[in-house]
Design a protein around this ligand. Structure first.
Ligand code: FMN
Length: 312
């Protein structure tokens, strides 16, 4: 069961729009991840049968999977949750943390921190619509003078939320500053479900020290995995695939899912991360950003091998 997976593995893969698509999630699973969250999916998009929203879904063999939905209409949110339950999702996650304008201006994501009544209605509607575990992902509040994450934790406690993930920043911080992990320790007295912490975990050592230092059941890995899936294999003491093998594995996953042309374009946001720290990274990045085919990627990898003897 998904809740045991979280407690046993102590690691989950974050929802990251534009990043944690099925090919990236497959890569993470190849490196040892167990539970992955989807990118956020619009509940209204699901109600309207919008192709783009439906495409964010997961593949049949992708388990365990938590499907994250966003929106502000309780009925639409419950409809989307039920839809994904019937598709085989292992858990539904509600996005209460996205601060980007496009989402917040619909009163969804982090903007819901400013309307706890509506937040509670959404949780209640979804809880009564599905039988699988329910999780919520929250921030500390909209800003420092409206910090209310403990109120949200109490709402979660009173309404059957099984998992609560806190990214301890305010919405207005977006991703700037440091995640304030000390705030996480205040959750346990008011919330008895599974607690996950998210924010700024970049190394295997960070994972161990954070699990020891803070009162969480698991850690959510986000940007630390972007261009660095070895964060997982290192923590899990698994064999290390080379940079060359990893880039090819990830790219081939993308080709299988998106087709070669789209994969080549989408892969640009990953190749620049993989190239960090290599000699002449700047020049290689320019070549990476111009990629339009697998041939271009293979040429780039050849070029890197010529400069960097430890690459293969
Ligand atoms: C590019 C990007 C996209 C993100 N998309 C989502 C999302 O769709 N839903 C969500 O709840 N959080 C999203 N987040 C927030 C992450 O899940 C995570 O909580 C945050 O990045 C802090 O963790 P980190 O420092 O490990 O990345 C996103 C973050 C980034 C950088």
């Amino acid at each position: 069961m998904v809740l045991d997976v979280i407690k046993d593995s102590k690691l989950v893969i974050a929802p990251m729009a534009g990043i944690t698509d099925p090919p990236f999630r497959k890569l993470c699973r190849d490196f040892g991840a167990k539970l992955c969250y989807t990118e956020m999916i619009s509940a209204i998009g699901i109600v309207k049968g919008d192709k783009k929203s439906l495409n964010f879904t997961f593949k049949k063999n992708e388990h365990p999977i938590a499907v994250q939905i966003f929106g502000s209409d309780p009925d639409a949110m419950a409809y989307a949750a039920k839809h994904f339950e019937s598709e085989g999702a292992d858990m539904i996650d509600i996005n209460f943390g996205c601060p980007v304008k496009k989402v917040a201006k619909q009163n969804a994501g982090a903007a819901l921190a400013r309307n706890l009544n509506l937040s509670e209605s959404i949780i209640k509607k979804i809880r009564s619509a599905i039988t699988i575990p329910l999780s919520i992902k929250i921030r500390l509040g909209w800003n420092g003078s409206e910090e209310n994450y403990l109120e949200m934790c109490k709402i979660a406690e009173n309404n059957g939320v099984n998992v609560l993930c806190l990214h301890p920043r305010y919405a207005i911080q977006m991703y700037a500053g440091k995640a304030d992990w000390d705030k996480i320790n205040a959750i346990r007295p008011v919330y008895t479900g599974i607690i996950i912490g998210s924010g700024d975990i970049k190394t295997a050592e960070n994972i161990t020290t954070t699990l020891n230092a803070f009162d969480v059941d698991a850690i959510m890995l986000g940007r630390g995995l972007w261009g660095n899936p070895w964060l997982l294999s290192e923590y899990l003491n698994r064999d290390r695939l080379s940079l060359h093998e990893t880039i090819l594995l990830h790219f081939n996953n993308m080709v299988d899912f998106h087709g070669e042309k789209k994969a080549a374009t989408l892969f640009r946001k990953f190749i620049s991360k993989y190239l960090r720290g290599l000699p002449n990274a700047q020049e290689l990045r320019l070549a990476g950003n111009a990629m339009t085919s697998k041939r271009d990627l293979l040429d780039l990898l050849e070029d890197i091998s010529g400069h960097c003897h430890t690459f293969k």
